[in-house]
Design a protein around this ligand. Structure first.
Ligand code: NAP
Ligand code: ZN
Ligand code: ZN
Length: 348
């Protein structure tokens, strides 16, 4: 099936219209008519080859929300008309211990990413959500609760799960003092989710203009990272920091915000290596950890949690023709707080 899409033809080249081919719906597959596709900063890192060599042409997009329009003969979990989503990966080996434990994103053989990746056949490139349709095995498709709007739910598929998973791992709840570094697409979801879990949330931001929004989103405090006095008086105060910053920054002053045994969970993925002063970690028995999205079961749990607590993303909806401008605005932290492409514009 040929479908309309938007692709980057080469690294750093502007995205433009194209046509891609989707496979026939197999027995275990569903066909999703994509309604909305979120723009994640990872789309930009990959489209601009900031993480190393990438596969072009690239159709980005791993925050996919839409409606099932066809199901394969052996599909049991979905029916035509269901609201469905796809996140950052569309397949994995299914056999290794990590896959069996529900950690498919860390598959020790091959996690097939939604785009900029190769299918398990070893040759077919994957294409993401900046397109009108996608075919995927039902085992890697998520149910979007019917009470949530599809447009504002799309960012849950990456930004939502990327914060939900570390919040659960480090047992965020009532009594937890958590800092969210960077109020962007991921960060604003982190604030909403941590507030819904009952935690006390501090936003740590380099943008003075975001204080009002941080508090509106439910944060209890706002810390401007350039305010040295405020950063100093907040030292040793936080149990957990979710670091979503997409740029190269000095982490040491932020690590000092952690209380004894506090953990900084890195989810932001800037290009450069980090320079950590050992004294900063050792002095407070602090830990620096990493976290990558979440597995299929955890992602479904996150979506169900969002359905129960009415948590969705604050979005700015755009036509696909505005995508290049939107990418530049994401890089300059000028989005409140996630761009979502209305994929109907692909056929305009
Ligand atoms: P985003 O919307 O651009 O948000 C990043 C935020 O970082 C900005 O809003 C800004 O917040 C802060 N920031 C930007 N430049 C900064 C600077 N020079 N100094 C300090 N803070 C700065 O991006 P996103 O889509 O949320 O993604 C964030 C990062 O996470 C990206 O690197 C992305 O690739 C990565 N990511 C990782 C995973 C994973 O599984 N680990 C999943 C998805 C994305 P303030 O204005 O509030 O400072
Ligand atoms: Zn993402
Ligand atoms: Zn595996």
């Amino acid at each position: 099936m040929d479908v309309a899409a938007y692709a980057a033809p080469a690294a750093k080249a502007p995205l433009g219209p194209t046509t891609i081919s989707r496979r026939d719906v197999g027995p275990h597959d569903v066909l999703i008519e994509i309604a909305y596709s979120g723009i994640c900063h990872s789309d930009i890192h990959q489209g601009r080859e900031e993480w190393g060599s990438a596969i072009f042409p690239m159709v980005p997009g791993h925050e996919i929300a839409g409606i099932i329009t066809e199901v394969g003969s052996a599909v049991t979990g979905f029916k035509i008309g269901d609201h469905a989503g796809i996140g950052c990966f569309v397949d994995s080996c299914r056999q290794c211990e990590r896959c069996k434990a529900g950690d498919e994103q860390y598959c020790s053989v091959h996690t097939v990413l939604t785009y900029n990746s190769i299918e398990r056949d070893g040759k077919t490139p994957t294409y993401g959500g900046y397109s009108t349709h996608i075919v995927c095995d039902e085992a890697y498709v998520l149910r979007i609760p019917e009470n949530l709007p599809l447009d504002a739910s799309a960012p849950l598929l990456c930004a939502g799960i990327t914060l939900y998973d570390p919040l659960k791992r480090w047992k965020v709840g009532p009594g937890t003092r958590i800092g969210v570094m960077g109020l962007g697409g991921l960060g604003h979801m982190g604030v909403k989710l941590a507030v819904a879990m009952g935690a006390e949330v501090t936003v740590v931001s380099h943008s003075p203009g975001k204080e009002e929004d941080a508090l509106r989103l439910g944060a209890h405090a706002f810390l401007l990272s350039s305010d040295r006095a405020a950063m100093k008086s907040a030292r040793n105060s936080l149990h957990l920091i979710a670091n979503t910053v997409a740029a190269d920054i000095d982490l040491n002053p932020y690590l000092s915000l952690l209380d004894l045994d506090g953990v900084m969970a890195l989810v932001g993925l800037p290009e450069s290596a980090l320079a950590i002063r050992p004294f900063t970690l050792i002095g407070g028995r602090r830990a620096l950890a990493g976290s990558s999205i979440g597995g299929i079961a955890a992602t479904q749990e996150m979506l169900d949690f969002c359905g129960q607590h009415d948590v969705t993303s604050d979005i700015e909806t755009i036509a696909v023709q505005q995508v290049n401008e939107a990418w530049d605005r994401v890089v300059s932290s000028d989005v409140k707080y996630r761009f979502v492409i209305d994929t109907a514009s692909l056929t305009d």
